[in-house]
Design a protein around this ligand. Structure first.
Ligand code: PBG
Length: 321
């Protein structure tokens, strides 16, 4: 009799036949930056996740490095008075965000630092593009994104991450970077980024929710799969070094689809709402949070994501120590 249970009979056998295993090296830890000094505020909808001022952020990175986490994605919480329609602060060389990128790369040159290219944290409209008469302008937005990406590359970014979903932005940013002498700076495209309810806690963290309307004219409809291939074909052709799917858990089919069809590494963003759900249930004693974390991350890797952006990175690394 064929007995599949023989391959599960002990932890030793299970370890031998295990097909996928997440390691700390697969993870990118998203970090939130705020203005000021010696400031650290917890995001209420994301227990264990903080917004750090630059000085404390550097300390946080140091402690992550000791745990083996080497890759970070940095997001800015921008003061309301610095926001405007054109996200000017996003390419102001004196901005806290750009100065912090330089400080991180100066102090910890070995880190892989990914930056966020999108207007929303700096936009008085809370949108990823320029808003005119209620519409999000595509090609005008590209110009802002190009300036932002170039400024981040100058500050020392290793990877720029366009999370805006404007058409043509990968090719446009690639050209701007190459013309600026930054041909070595990588692009991780937020390729299949869905208009998702799971971004709620992130928008709390950055205070970046749209002031009017929603993001459905640029982020993808969650009912669609084939459309992800169109986005992926474009991003690949335009020069993306990595293709990302976001969110992760409700979109494992999309991760698998891109994994099966493209040779570049696939990344997945295990977003704020996915983190918040596990934390909330665990806090209530309804699930074992640690086990749910490992199972979630492993399923994302099993679907085909080599790289996982996750707020669990530090907790996972501590567990593996
Ligand atoms: C916006 C951006 C969002 C996230 C990353 N970049 C939110 C949005 O599109 O509104 C969400 C990440 C998360 O929820 O963890 N450019």
């Amino acid at each position: 009799m064929r007995r599949p249970r023989r391959n599960r009979k002990s932890e030793g056998i299970r370890a031998l036949v295990r097909e996928h295993e997440v390691t700390v090296k697969d993870l990118i830890f998203p970090l939130f930056l705020i203005e000021g000094e010696k400031t650290k505020t917890e995001v209420s909808s994301m227990p264990g996740i903080y917004r750090f001022s630059q000085d404390l952020l550097l300390k946080e990175i140091e402690s992550c490095l000791k745990l083996g986490i080497n890759a970070f994605a940095l997001f800015p919480n921008v003061n309301e008075e610095l926001k405007d329609k054109y996200a000017t602060e996003s390419h102001n060389v004196q901005s806290t965000y750009l100065k912090t990128i330089s400080a991180i790369k100066q102090e910890f040159p070995e880190t892989v630092l990914m930056t966020d290219v999108a207007m929303d944290p700096y936009s008085s409209d809370g949108h990823d593009g320029i808003v005119k008469n209620g519409e999000i302008l595509n090609d005008e937005t590209l110009i802002v994104l190009g300036k932002m990406a170039l400024a981040q590359a100058r500050a020392g970014a290793d990877i720029v991450g366009p999370s805006d979903m404007m058409d043509g932005r990968i090719g446009y940013i690639r050209e701007v970077l190459d013309d600026g002498g930054f041909e070595k700076v990588s692009i991780m495209a937020y390729t299949a980024k869905y208009a998702s309810a799971f971004y709620g806690p992130f928008r709390d963290a950055l205070n970046s929710a749209p002031k009017a309307g929603d993001k459905k004219t640029y982020q993808m409809d969650f009912a669609n799969q084939a459309e992800a291939l169109i986005e992926a074909e474009l991003d690949f052709a335009e020069g993306a070094d990595f293709l990302m799917v976001k969110p992760a858990l409700p979109y494992l089919d999309v991760i698998k689809l891109l994994f099966d069809n493209f040779e570049v590494p696939i990344a997945a963003y295990n977003v704020s709402g996915e983190y918040a759900m596990v934390k909330a249930a665990a806090k209530n004693g309804w699930i074992d949070g640690e086990k749910a974390m490992v199972e979630s991350l492993t399923s994302i890797k099993r679907a085909g994501a080599k790289i996982i952006l996750t707020y669990f990175a530090k907790e996972f690394a501590q567990l593996r120590k």
